[in-house]
Design a protein around this ligand. Structure first.
Ligand code: ASP
Length: 440
């Protein structure tokens, strides 16, 4: 049986030599940990800079014709310090000079930013005595900047087929012509998932500075419980919460391949963290819900028209107005004569009048209204199907807390209940729901 483990370490896990030493100890503890995907050095303390941010800054300054040396020196010092403290022999000076020259010669922003991971990968390979594989050779993007997942998977698995322990720097790849291109911020998570799929790993370990997911935002709920296991589908539904720990796009390669992701804490390596898998066990002793998370700042556009259900193409006309002006739709709760479209307030604002006029022109509704400052809160749990009265419990808790429910949307999967409330009720709603399911 394949027991290979792919590990990805985030920026704070590799911020200095002390953190590198922790990473090495973790890697050596289990011989199945044969692949490592490093991020660029992150913050060492609260006010510190992330190397990636400094690299973007160098690019910005260079493109305005301004001097970027002072900023570049900060970056160079970060790597030099690590290399020196760990006694590494890699020719870092030459690598740094090359990056410096390329920035001065007008290299694009993606190239500049990607060097954070590239250089950290060089250090890591030297420190572990492992092979270094340049991600630009194996991670490929099409002309639109979309990952070519199948080509990437083929190239990556070919290169890693020999089973030699390898360092694959995170965050970037290249277009077909070899020009470097990055994922969006936090994208090293995606690289890790790609490597895990390519070597058909038993587990994808994503090492960060928290011990996995919590059932609710700790800034709202005091000491929320940890989530020990969650399914990929549940996490998608909870994406408002997950995004800060794991890049959303990092789920697809491993989800598809059925490989579990284990979120772990570099600073607390004995903690089992959170396991995300296809079919996490249902534990009857566990609360009915897996987590509750939400986000503020939505607008709900409500369109009412008598007999809309008999009017062919009504919804299509409404939805195309949003599509035409580039506003993507978050939720779509409907009634027999009303249709609500929930969208991000920020995305709607600049095109609001245009979208509304288009809907009026194409569908002649009886009324059309917009409620701003709405929050969307998702209560998610694979346990919901096993328990009657989940919705009743949730709404009684909200009613006891005096919260007005402005919108309800229950997915047909019985995996989540989504409610819309005023932004001012956001925190209270999360607290009330959490308390109803966890502490009662
Ligand atoms: N270093 C990149 C960033 O700061 C990518 C990553 O850390 O995943 O966004």
């Amino acid at each position: 049986m394949n027991k290979k483990i792919v590990t990805k370490f985030g920026g704070s896990s590799l911020a200095d030599a002390g953190q590198f030493a922790k990473v090495k100890a973790i890697l050596l503890l289990d011989p199945n940990r044969q692949y490592v995907v490093p991020s660029a050095p992150g913050r060492r303390f609260k006010e510190d800079d992330k190397v990636t941010d400094l690299l973007y800054k160098c690019h910005r300054l260079a493109s305005m014709g301004e001097d970027f040396q002072e900023t570049f020196d900060l970056i160079a010092a970060r790597y030099m310090d690590i290399a020196e403290e760990l006694g590494l022999t890699v020719d870092l000076g030459a690598a740094l000079d090359e990056v410096n020259e390329k920035i001065a010669a007008g290299a694009n922003a993606d190239y500049c930013a990607s060097r954070g991971e590239y250089l950290n990968g060089m250090l890591m390979a030297d420190y572990m005595g492992w092979r270094f594989l340049d991600s630009a050779e194996v991670i490929k993007f099409d002309a639109h900047g979309q990952l070519d997942a199948e080509l990437t998977n083929r190239l990556m698995s070919e290169r890693l087929a020999d089973g030699i322990p390898t360092v694959v720097p995170g965050f970037f790849g290249s277009y077909y012509d070899g020009t470097v291109h990055t994922f969006s911020r936090g994208g090293s998570d995606i690289t890790g998932a790609i490597v895990a799929r390519a070597v058909n790993a038993a587990t994808y370990e994503n090492w960060t500075d928290v011990s996995g997911f919590l059932m609710a935002d700790p800034r709202i709920v005091e000491n929320p419980r940890e989530i020990s296991s969650i399914t990929y589908k549940e996490l998608r539904e909870l994406s408002y919460m997950g995004a800060s720990v794991l890049h959303e796009d990092a789920m697809f390669p491993v989800h598809k391949a059925g490989i579990p992701t284990n979120i772990r804490n570099t600073n607390d390596p004995n903690h089992p963290g959170t396991i995300i898998s296809l079919d996490a066990p249902f534990d009857a002793a566990h609360p009915t819900i897996t987590g509750v998370a939400g986000r503020k700042g939505f607008s709900v556009v409500s369109i009412a028209k008598a007999m809309m259900n008999t009017e062919l193409g009504f919804s299509r006309k409404v939805l195309s107005a949003f599509e035409e002006y580039g506003v993507s739709i978050e939720h779509l709760p409907t009634g027999i004569d009303t249709m609500c479209v929930v969208v991000s307030e920020e995305a709607l604002a600049p095109v609001r009048e245009k979208v509304l006029s288009r809907i009026v022109a194409t569908t002649s509704p009886d009324t059309i209204t917009v409620h701003d400052n709405m929050s969307i809160i998702a209560t998610v749990g694979r346990g919901m199907v096993h328990n009657c009265g989940t919705a009743a419990r949730l709404f009684s808790a909200m009613s006891r807390a005096g919260i007005n429910v402005r919108m309800i949307d229950q997915g047909s999967s019985e995996l989540s209940i989504i409610v819309g409330v005023d932004d001012t009720d956001y925190a209270e709603t999360i607290k009330a729901i959490y308390e109803a399911f966890v502490n009662q």
